[in-house]
Write a protein that binds this ligand. Structure first.
Ligand SMILES: [Zn+2]
Length: 299
């Protein structure tokens, strides 16, 4: 393949950094590509670790002995549960990890000089980064930082798709403000790429004639990726498909979403012409409008 016809599907878009008006200017433009122009499979997530108590800023976990040791988070976890979580609420963070899997920062992210504030944050933790720890304890701030970085990355892509500046995505999570959109995009890359290494392709064997055995449980498949990786794969897939988001028409929600969340049919895809992110949002907006009409009439 000659350079001129380099695979078109891998090219996503050209990022033209906004020139910023706060005195800090950045005008690097990038072409955004993906190295594999197809959606990555959503693997089962390792949820062997169950958080059982807290101690001195740490979450102590043990191997789970009831419930499944893997979870299958919805394909739009990053647009729903991840966004809805109150990161400052430690109990909510524990519940999130115990449902989907323990969240920790990959070594590559912690050691990155690109990702904002990570190295200085690590220095303030009571417990070493999970990849270095010998005890079954993770610093709660590591989990919270992982949540914030993944949320900022998701929000950056949402903002990018909406053609707005990417800095709010980081500031809203209490992170450093990027100097320009180009820096925000480099941060995204430094956060996602270490989480994509477990998505490698593999040769898989399943028992012939056993219909109950799915590809996911076959021999050779990468069983149980980390929750961090699972979220990165989901964000990557949004970038690859480049699908525009819908915005919830509930005026108090306005969530960017791809598929309507129906608790009975989790993650079933219905992507076009959807106005609300959930039936709950639709009902709330309907009754809000109904009350408004009533008020109007009684005047
Ligand atoms: Zn909504």
């Amino acid at each position: 393949m000659s350079a001129g016809e380099s695979d078109d599907k891998a090219f996503i878009d050209t990022l033209i950094a906004y020139s910023w008006d706060e005195g800090l200017e950045s005008d690097l433009a990038y072409d955004i590509h993906v190295s594999m122009p197809s959606e990555l499979p959503l693997r089962l997530v390792d949820r062997r670790h169950e958080i059982v108590d807290t101690q001195r800023g740490g979450l102590r976990f043990r191997n789970r002995y009831d419930g499944s040791v893997s979870s299958e988070p919805p394909k739009d976890l990053h647009l729903h549960e991840l966004v809805d979580l109150d990161v400052d609420d430690v109990d909510a963070v524990i519940a999130f990890c115990n449902e989907f899997g323990l969240l920790w920062l990959p070594k590559g992210v912690i050691e990155s000089h690109e990702v904002p504030g990570v190295q200085s944050a690590v220095a303030s933790w009571d417990h070493p980064p999970s990849w270095r720890s010998v005890e079954p304890v993770i610093d709660v701030r590591e989990v919270q930082l992982a949540l914030r970085l993944l949320r900022a990355t998701t929000a950056s892509w949402v903002a990018y798709q909406a053609n707005t500046k990417l800095d709010a995505a980081w500031v809203d999570e209490g992170l450093q403000q990027p100097i320009g959109d180009d820096q925000a995009m480099r941060w995204m890359l430094a956060i996602i790429n270490p989480g994509l290494v477990s998505a490698y392709p593999s040769l898989v064997l399943t028992r012939a004639g056993e219909t109950a055995q799915s590809l996911e449980t076959g021999l050779g498949i990468n069983h149980g990726i980390s929750l961090y990786d699972a979220i990165c794969v989901r964000i990557y897939n949004d970038v690859v498909t480049h699908r525009p988001y819908n915005y919830c028409e509930n005026e108090l929600c306005r969530r960017a979403f791809l598929t309507k969340r129906d608790p009975l049919e989790r993650s079933k895809t219905r992507t076009s012409g959807v106005r609300f992110c959930s039936d709950v949002c639709k009902r709330r907006q309907d009754s809000r409008e109904y009350r408004r009409r009533k008020n109007q009439e009684s005047k």
